[in-house]
Design a protein around this ligand. Structure first.
Ligand SMILES: Nc1nc2c(ncn2[C@@H]2O[C@H](COP(=O)(O)OP(=O)(O)OP(=O)(O)O)[C@@H](O)[C@H]2O)c(=O)[nH]1
Ligand SMILES: [Mg+2]
Length: 427
C-alpha cells in the first residue's frame, strides 16, 4: 500500500439503471387482422452494489471516479417477450467501509469479503400493453415506461478492521513494532510524523492464532484540537478489540508515565468510548541504556495502577513475543466490534405517498414515490395511457388532496417536474 495514497473517505454519485419500457404490440395471425395485445414488459434496470473485497485497502478508486450508473433494462417486445434486466454495477470496497447518505444515516457497512449491499436500486420495467388487457379493455394501445433508477450522493467512510490499535507519540517506535511482528513495511525514521496514514499488519503466532494490528500516525498533546496530524485517524481503531499504547522509554522530552496520561486524555477528548476499551502498555527501546535504567520504576508504576505493562525493544525483539501472546489472549476475549452502533443510525420513516405543497399562487407541487413514478412511467402523448394515469391518481386520492390544499381549477400542478393543468371532476 503506497502510504500517501491511503484514502479513507470518498463521496460518490450513484444511479441505478432505468427500467426498460413496456411494449405496445398486437398479435398478428393468419386470417386475424387485429389479434389480442401481446406487448411484453420491460426489464429491470441494474442495481449498484458495493461488495467487500479483502484485497482492497483504501477508497482511492472512488476518489478519482465519482459517478456511477448501472445499465438500463431492455425494452419489452412483441409476442410477450420480456426485456432483459440491466446488469448490476459492482463496486468493490475494502472491509470496514461504511456507507452513509447525505443526512448521515448509515445505509450499511461492509465487514466480510463478498458481502453485498445494494446502494441504488434499478428502476422497475414498465408493463407492456398485454398487462392492461381486461374484459372491458380488450385492446389497450398503451404501455408503461420504465421507472428511473434510484439516484443519490453517498459518502463512503473506511474504518479499517483491526484487532489492535497502536497509539503513541511520534517516534515511539510503532511502525518499527508492526514491521517486526508482521509483513507490513511502513516507513521508519527518526523524525516525528513519519507515518501519515494507518498501516495494517497481520500477526501470525507459532500457536496458529492470528490478529490484525493497525499502526497509526503519532498523537501529540493537543491532537484532539487539531495539533500535529490531529485525531481523525483514531476512527480506525474505533472498533479494535484492544489498544496498545507504545511509549518511548528513551525519550528525553517526556517521562513515559506522563506520555501515557497525555495520550489517554487525547483519546478521551476524541471519543470517551475509547477509554472503555481494554488496553495494555508497551515501554519501547529498552535496548538503549537510559531506557533500561527506567524499566523498574515504570514497571512498578503501571503495576500499582493495575495496568498490563511490557518492556520491549521493537528493534531487537526483546519482550515482544510475550506481549504478542498477551494481545492474542485479549483479542480472543473481546472480539472486534463488528457492528457500527452509531447514534446517527436511525430508521428512515416510510415516505408518505402523496405530499402536496403550494409553491406559488396557483402552483402546487406534488411529491411522493407512487405519484411520481406513476407520472414518469406514463407516455403523456398517449391518450389511453393518460386515462390510465388518472385512474392511478384517483386511487391515490390526489384530487382530494389538491382541493384540500386549496388548488382550484386551472391551477398548475407539478409532479416529477412535469406540469399539468388542474381539472377536478368534482365541483
Ligand atoms: N534503539 C531503538 N530504536 C528504536 C526502537 N524502536 C524504534 N526505534 C527508532 O525510533 C525511531 C522512530 O521509529 P518509528 O517506528 O518510525 O516510530 P513511530 O512511532 O512509527 O513514529 P511516527 O510514525 O512518526 O509516529 C526510528 O529511528 C527507529 O529506528 C527500539 O526498540 N530501539
Ligand atoms: Mg510510524
Amino acid at each position: 500500500m503506497g502510504e500517501a495514497k491511503f484514502i479513507d473517505e470518498a463521496r460518490i454519485y450513484v444511479e441505478g439503471g432505468h427500467g426498460g419500457n413496456g411494449c405496445i404490440s398486437f398479435r398478428r395471425e393468419k386470417y386475424i387482422p387485429y389479434g389480442g395485445p401481446d406487448g411484453g414488459d420491460g426489464g429491470k434496470g441494474g442495481d449498484i452494489v458495493v461488495v467487500g473485497d479483502s484485497s482492497k485497502r483504501t477508497l482511492l478508486n472512488y476518489h478519482f471516479k465519482r459517478h456511477y450508473k448501472a445499465q438500463r433494462g431492455y425494452h419489452g417486445q412483441g409476442r410477450l417477450r420480456k426485456g432483459k434486466d440491466g446488469k448490476d454495477l459492482v463496486l468493490p470496497v475494502p472491509l470496514g467501509t461504511i456507507i452513509k447518505d447525505d443526512k448521515g444515516c448509515i445505509i450499511g457497512e461492509i465487514l466480510k469479503h463478498g458481502q453485498k449491499i445494494v446502494i441504488a436500486h434499478g428502476g422497475k420495467g414498465g408493463h407492456g400493453n398485454a398487462y392492461f388487457a381486461t374484459s372491458t379493455r380488450q385492446a389497450p394501445s398503451f404501455s408503461e415506461k420504465g421507472e428511473p433508477g434510484e439516484k443519490r450522493w453517498l459518502n463512503l467512510e473506511l474504518r479499517v478492521l483491526a484487532d489492535v490499535g497502536l497509539v503513541g507519540f511520534p517516534n515511539a517506535g510503532k511502525s518499527t513494532f508492526i514491521s517486526k511482528v508482521s509483513k507490513a513495511r511502513p516507513k521508519i525514521a527518526d523524525y516525528p510524523f513519519t507515518t501519515l496514514t494507518p498501516n495494517l499488519g497481520t500477526v501470525l503466532l507459532p500457536d496458529g492464532r492470528t490478529f490484525v494490528i493497525c499502526d497509526l500516525p503519532g498523537i501529540i498533546e493537543g491532537a484532539s484540537k487539531g495539533k500535529g496530524l490531529g485525531t481523525r485517524f483514531l476512527r480506525h481503531i474505533s472498533r479494535a478489540a484492544t489498544i496498545l499504547y507504545v511509549l518511548d522509554l528513551a525519550s528525553s522530552e517526556i517521562e513515559p508515565e506522563n506520555a501515557f496520561e497525555v495520550l489517554r486524555k487525547e483519546l478521551e477528548n476524541y471519543d470517551s468510548n475509547l477509554l472503555k476499551r481494554t488496553f495494555m502498555v508497551a515501554g519501547n527501546k529498552i535496548d538503549i541504556p537510559e531506557a533500561r535504567s527506567k524499566k523498574g520504576r515504570i514497571e512498578r508504576h503501571f503495576k500499582s495502577l493495575g495496568i498490563k505493562f511490557f518492556p520491549i525493544s521493537a528493534v531487537t525483539g526483546e519482550g515482544v513475543q510475550e506481549l504478542l501472546y498477551t494481545i492474542a489472549d485479549e483479542v480472543e476475549k473481546s472480539p472486534r466490534e463488528i457492528v457500527a452502533c452509531e447514534p446517527e443510525l436511525i430508521v428512515l420513516k416510510k415516505p408518505e405517498k402523496v405530499v402536496v405543497k403550494k409553491v406559488a399562487e396557483g402552483v402546487y407541487k406534488v411529491s411522493g414515490k407512487a405519484v411520481e413514478m406513476a407520472t414518469l412511467t406514463t407516455d403523456l402523448e398517449n391518450e389511453e395511457a393518460v386515462l390510465h394515469l388518472q385512474e392511478k391518481f384517483s386511487k391515490l386520492n390526489l384530487e382530494e388532496r389538491l382541493l384540500q390544499a386549496g388548488a382550484k381549477r386551472g391551477d398548475i400542478i407539478i409532479i416529477a417536474g412535469i406540469e399539468f393543468d388542474f381539472e377536478p371532476d368534482i365541483r
